[in-house]
Design a protein around this ligand. Structure first.
Ligand SMILES: [Zn+2]
Length: 283
């Protein structure tokens, strides 16, 4: 569906180019009858209108019904009969399939360090998961030094109780705390956010570059979409998962990507970033 949506404007553009560049003026209409081009008729009010079916030398296409627009870039011209398609040169929109190597090169840019919680750590749920969503958080931990490695240490030492998630990102790296085949505990207790989503926490410690962190997170999310066949519609903010019994049930998280506490233009911008990385490796 995305491919079709991408192809249409490109195809339309190529078609317009072909038509604009075509050196030959057709003299035979769709029904093989000779039609003198540029023929017009004048109605009772003295207004000149093209004769339907005659050739329009300006658009290089037959006129439609009198008064109706004849040129539309969104539709194939009627004289192709709906069966013949114009030849689209490979240079205009053809995308070669990208091999897996470039997906791995994206992963390399993320710089993932695996540092799993020990099996006995309190954050280990030891429950199997088949990920369907990617949930984005931010740590809201502004202390200096509260970077990805420091969070990893805290998780490994069970300093955060039963809390756990899969990755923490900062300006320099992403640290993985849990295998993506195991549930974390970062969203909504026994809800679908925990049961089916990979949790990513973005660091907010002082001195850490937010834009570099967001960029790394977008790359990581794109890689995970690729690896687990997760669509962009299922890359969600923590906000998506209500926590029953809490007020408000939907958390303002990741707060710096929310608009007035809920997903808006900033969140959409982040998703566009993820999608642009995903497209680099997926087609
Ligand atoms: Zn959160």
């Amino acid at each position: 569906m995305r491919k079709a949506a991408l192809f249409l404007p490109t195809g339309g553009l190529a078609l317009a180019l072909i038509m604009a560049c075509s050196p030959d003026t057709p003299v035979v209409g769709a029904d093989d009858a000779y039609i003198p081009y540029g023929k017009r008729r004048v109605d009772a009010n003295g207004i000149s209108a093209p004769v339907p079916g005659s050739w329009d030398p300006i658009t290089n296409r037959p006129y439609g019904a009198a008064g109706a627009p004849t040129a539309s870039l969104n539709q194939p011209p009627s004289f192709y009969g709906g069966t013949r398609r114009p030849h689209v040169p490979p240079s205009s929109g053809y995308q070669p399939p990208v091999n897996r190597k470039s997906a791995y090169s994206l992963l390399k840019q993320v710089r993932v360090e695996k540092d799993f919680l020990p099996y006995r750590a309190r954050g280990r749920t030891r429950r199997r998961m088949s990920p369907r969503y990617i949930t984005i958080h931010s740590t809201q931990n502004w202390s200096r030094g509260a970077d990805a490695r420091r969070h990893s240490l805290a998780l490994k030492r069970s300093k955060l109780g039963r809390l756990s998630w899969h990755y923490t990102t900062d300006q320099d790296r992403a640290v993985q705390h849990l295998p993506t085949s195991e549930q974390g505990n970062h969203a909504d207790y026994d809800g679908p956010g925990n049961k089916y989503s990979i949790g990513i926490e973005m660091c907010e410690n002082r001195g850490n570059s937010r834009s570099a962190t967001v960029d790394r997170t977008a790359k990581l999310a794109a890689w995970l979409m690729y690896q687990h066949d997760i669509p962009i519609s299922k890359v969600v903010p923590h906000y998506k998962w209500p926590r029953w019994g809490k007020r408000p049930p939907n958390k303002n998280c990741p707060h710096f990507l929310m608009t007035n506490g809920r997903p808006g233009a900033k969140w959409q911008g982040f998703k566009n970033k993820v999608l642009s990385y995903y497209r680099q490796i997926s087609r």
